[in-house]
Design a protein around this ligand. Structure first.
Ligand code: HEM
Length: 155
């Protein structure tokens, strides 16, 4: 049993070391993640469609959100386990959330990375990760299996 736990701990440590090496090779460090999150949400607030949706939910709680987003991206990049939240639940019940906001979120994220990413590989890594999560959030929040029912009568 002890050896099994030790084996698992070694496996987790190896995954973490590998992630740290991969990120370092792309010039991604904690300072960059801080800057990315600060710059991106500054722009989110100025965005005509995204800004009001975020601000209505986060008014008075922005510092906490920024801390959470830094810990989230750091966890994903370095596999550190620092973020223990539940992204799907966090997006449930956000007023005026709609599927078309996700492509706009991704465009803004991409433009932010164009301006500040250390290199194209770093941008590609953040974009691939964000696109995967955006797809998964869109499905969790909006997918309705009934719409795929082959026997469904056209409206
Ligand atoms: C249309 C796009 C999006 C909108 C409008 C949106 C909005 C929000 C809002 C309002 C919150 C705060 C919830 C709260 O604390 O009450 C939040 C949290 C969060 N969002 Fe998004 N989001 C979007 C897309 C994304 C994407 C693409 C990602 C990942 C790449 C993401 C990751 C997160 C995470 C990790 C949290 C924190 C969850 C927690 O509380 O632990 N969001 N989002």
């Amino acid at each position: 049993m002890d050896t099994e736990i030790q084996g698992r701990a070694a496996h987790v440590a190896a995954i973490r070391e590998r992630a740290e090496a991969d990120m370092k090779a792309m010039g991604i460090d904690e300072a960059f993640i801080d800057r990315l999150v600060d710059t991106f949400y500054e722009r989110v607030l100025q965005h005509p469609a995204l800004g009001p949706v975020f601000d209505a939910r986060l008014s008075g709680r922005w510092p906490e959100h920024m801390q959470k987003m830094k810990s989230f991206w750091s966890s994903v990049a370095f596999r550190s386990g620092a973020y223990g939240g539940k992204p799907v639940q966090a997006h449930t019940g956000v007023a005026n959330m709609s599927p078309d906001l996700f492509p706009q979120w991704l465009v803004l994220f991409s433009e932010t990375l164009d301006d500040i990413a250390p290199n194209p590989e770093a941008k590609a890594w953040f974009m691939a990760t964000a696109e995967r999560i955006a797809r998964s959030l869109t499905l969790s929040l909006f997918y309705n299996p009934a719409l795929d029912d082959p026997h469904r009568k056209p409206a």
